[in-house]
Design a protein around this ligand. Structure first.
Ligand code: ZN
Length: 239
């Protein structure tokens, strides 16, 4: 198939396999600014795991371990980010209290197959949202250990946006499998990696992404890493 501008715009771009992140490779050369060539929407983290990344309408927010959103300095790099050009194929509104499991069931009803990739944007009002944000780390500390120390934040009766992806389980070495969402409050001041929620009134926008583009870093750390351990248990706990 010839690559057209349109087909590139319907691809999920993954800046590095998540397996490298889980192995403790927390630094790459890919700048956050350069993600704009691949999308205007997405999530990820920053070098040294210095917070959670969320991109909305082309703007990148850094949700650091204090739960606050910061502007991202030019030249800031990311070891793992997933982005795409967001344009909803399906939009549905839910005026009901859904916990995260209930929200996942609604999403499963909206998607035609679990074997495809979807971008998910949820805007609305929430009775409760719980997030966590990773604290800055040295490389090589296993992600599963880091995750045990991440501060958590509770937001009550708030409005905001969740951004992220549903990806097939067979892609678990490339992206965080299943549903992965980052939350940003409506005033764009606070947020983090979504752990739990109770919805009140939400609009769910879904986009099917038929293509996957994965960058394989050329850093020394990445090229010399030995990916021999089975990391699924770590990833399940860390993400
Ligand atoms: Zn996350």
């Amino acid at each position: 198939m010839r690559e057209t501008r349109e087909s590139r715009r319907r691809a999920l771009f993954v800046s590095a396999p998540v397996k490298a992140l889980v192995e403790g490779i927390y630094r790459e050369d890919r700048t956050v600014a350069s993600l704009a060539e691949h999308g205007d929407f997405g999530l990820g983290t920053f070098n040294d795991l210095d917070g959670e990344l969320v991109m909305l309408e082309g703007r990148v927010y850094q949700l650091r371990a204090d739960g606050q959103a910061y502007a991202v300095p030019a030249g800031t790099a990311t070891p793992y980010a997933c982005v795409n050009f967001f344009s909803a194929d399906t939009v549905e509104t839910f005026e009901e209290q859904l916990d995260l499991a209930g929200l996942q069931r609604r999403l499963q009803q909206m998607i035609p197959s679990p074997n495809l990739i979807y971008a998910v944007r949820i805007d609305g009002q929430f009775a409760h949202v719980r997030t966590r944000s990773v604290p800055r780390q040295d490389s090589y500390r296993p992600l599963v250990e880091v995750a045990r120390e991440q501060p958590e934040f509770d937001f009550h009766a708030c409005s905001g946006t969740m951004a992220g992806y549903v990806t097939p389980n067979f892609m678990a070495d490339l992206t965080v499998p299943g549903l992965h969402l980052h939350f940003l409050t409506e005033d764009r001041q606070r947020g983090g990696h979504l752990l739990a929620c109770t919805t009140r009134h939400i609009t769910v926008a879904l986009q099917h992404l038929p293509r996957l583009e994965v960058e394989l870093p050329v850093s020394i750390d990445y090229m010399t890493a030995e990916f021999t351990r089975d990391l699924q248990a770590d990833l399940d706990e860390a993400e």
